[in-house]
Each structure stands twice: as structure tokens, then as C-alpha cells.
Design a protein around this ligand. Structure first.
Ligand code: 2AM
Ligand code: CA
Length: 280
């Protein structure tokens, strides 16, 4: 008897954005279900740089979901890269020739997650030949999913979002974070000292990706931080651009995937913020 041919399944027909949304939502729900239930916390470079089995499990789930739909696409995920900036820069370079590259932070705000401080998210971006074309940031605590497609705008819960309208730094709410790496903290503190009296106030809530989504939604006027990795900012940068804001590196160069010192703001205050940071 002839052997039955095994069926080969290929899931097709889903858009990049639909897969990004479904994947972020599924991973986010799972992460939320594990909140307060973590048995092991590992240190990466220091007690300020942490990872849990939830970060690793969520990344595995995200990789599987993406590859179910797009088996040939490359994936750069935080938990697949050795800790430290050199390894991150190298990993991005190694994948820079990929036609389609997904850039994944399974949990952005891991320290918050471990402490039960409800400000963390899943961040997924898809780059085509080095240019980010889809960005999704999902906050499972508030069930808020921010999504942007290159050239098609940024949305949350079906409504278009846009950056805030403040015209000056003095009326702006600005966020930052305390970066890792030699000399970074000193520079960041100098920037904060200079900026605090010049802005309405500063927030440092511990998730770069969610801060960037908040800039896109107009809840924050601006965000800057030093020494971030591509997975912290790729999705958020597209959200802000598509919401009408401007994203550069700290030297004013327009955003690309290699940017590590990010300055993102509405278009009215970006120059003023960028100049202030240069003077700090
Ligand atoms: P994570 O939670 O995914 O690690 C907070 O300032 C931001 O910095 C978060 O987005 C956090 O991402 C990121 N972050 C934490 N430790 C870092 C490190 N050693 N290098 C670069 N970014 C880091
Ligand atoms: Ca992370």
C-alpha cells in the first residue's frame, strides 16, 4: 500500500501587522498571568540588569508565533543576545543584511515587572531592509496596544493617536531613564540637573518602549535616554514618527536602528530639547 503523504501546513494570508498585533497580545497576556509568580531572577551585567524565566519564555513564544507565519524572517530578540552593549551592536550588525528582521523585547521594564510596578510592555518591530515598517507596543496591565505602520499612522484601540502640542520645553512633561554603561549615569544626571528647572517636570518610569508609546499618544511631550538597544526603541520610534513627532539620536541624526542615545519629541520642542541636552 502506498504510504500516505504527510500534509505540510503553511499558515499564510496574515499581514505583518496582524501577526505583530496577535503576537504581542498573546505574549502580553501570558506575561500578565505570571505577574507576582516568578521563582527565579537572574542578574545579567549587575543587580540593576535583570532577567526572569518570563522574559525568556515570552521571547520563545514570540519567536514561535512569528516563525509560524514567516519562517524565513530573521529575529533579533533581547534574550538571544549576550548582555552588554558590544554584543547588542554586533548582533544587530550580523542581521543587518536580512530582508525582513523582527526586533523583539519580550518584556521592556523587567525591573518593574519583578517589583510589581505596573509599567512594562511587549515591544515588537518589523524592519524591511533596515527600515522599520511595523511597530507594536502592548501594555497588558492597561490592555493598551499601540500600533504603527510606516506611512499609515499610529493607532490605539482603533483611534489615531498623535503627539502632544506643547510649543516650549517649559510646558512639557518629559521622560528619561537611568542608562547602563560607563560614564552614562554621570551624563544622564547632568542632563537631568540642566533640564529639571527648564521643563514642567520629568518622569522616569522604567520602560523605554512604553515611554515612547506615551510620547506617540501625547501623554508625554518627549523622551530621551542614553545607551538603549534597538529592541527598546525600534517600535516606539515608528509610533512617534507616525504620530507626527520627530526621533533622532542625541547628535541630531535621524533615527535608524543603530541609534542608542535617543531623543524623541513633538516637532515643536524637539530642537529645544536637543539643544538643551547638548548644553547640559
Ligand atoms: P529592559 O527592561 O528590557 O531591560 C529603563 O531605563 C530602560 O532601559 C528599559 O527599557 C530597560 O529595558 C532598559 N535597560 C535596562 N538595563 C539596560 C542596560 N544594561 N542597557 C541598556 N538598556 C537597559
Ligand atoms: Ca527586556
Amino acid at each position: 500500500m502506498a504510504e500516505l503523504k504527510k500534509p505540510t501546513y503553511q499558515v499564510t494570508g496574515k499581514s505583518f501587522t496582524a501577526v505583530a498585533i496577535n503576537t504581542a497580545a498573546k505574549a502580553g497576556e501570558w506575561i500578565k498571568s505570571k505577574l507576582g509568580d516568578i521563582s527565579a531572577i537572574d542578574q545579567k551585567t549587575s543587580s540593576r540588569d535583570l532577567v526572569t524565566e518570563v522574559d525568556k519564555g515570552a521571547e520563545k513564544m514570540i519567536r514561535n508565533l512569528i516563525h509560524t507565519h514567516f519562517p524565513t524572517h530573521a529575529i533579533l530578540g533581547e534574550e538571544g543576545v549576550e548582555p552588554g552593549p558590544e554584543a547588542s551592536i554586533q548582533a544587530l550588525q550580523d542581521l543587518s543584511e536580512s530582508e525582513f528582521l523582527w526586533i523583539v523585547d519580550p518584556v521592556d521594564g523587567t525591573t518593574n515587572y519583578i517589583h510589581g510596578f505596573p509599567f512594562f510592555c511587549v515591544s515588537l518591530a518589523l524592519a524591511h531592509k533596515g527600515e522599520v515598517i511595523v511597530g507594536v507596543v502592548y501594555d497588558p496591565v492597561r490592555d493598551e496596544l499601540f500600533v504603527a505602520e510606516k506611512g499609515k499612522g499610529a493607532y490605539m484601540k482603533g483611534k489615531r493617536i498623535s503627539v502632544s502640542s506643547e510649543q516650549t520645553l517649559s510646558e512639557s512633561l518629559v521622560a528619561t531613564g537611568f542608562p547602563g554603561g560607563p560614564g552614562m549615569l554621570e551624563r544622564n544626571i547632568a542632563q537631568m540637573l540642566y533640564l529639571v528647572p527648564r521643563v514642567r517636570n520629568i518622569r522616569t518610569s522604567g520602560s523605554a518602549a512604553l515611554h515612547l508609546a506615551y510620547v506617540a499618544a501625547g501623554r508625554l511631550s518627549a523622551f530621551w535616554e542614553m545607551n538603549l538597544n534597538s529592541w527598546d526603541i525600534a517600535a516606539g520610534a515608528l509610533l512617534i514618527q507616525e504620530a507626527g513627532g520627530r526621533v533622532t539620536d542625541i547628535d541630531g541624526k535621524p533615527f535608524d536602528l543603530s541609534v542608542r542615545h535617543i531623543v524623541a519629541a513633538n516637532k515643536h520642542i524637539h530642537d529645544e530639547l536637543h539643544t538643551a541636552l547638548a548644553q547640559a
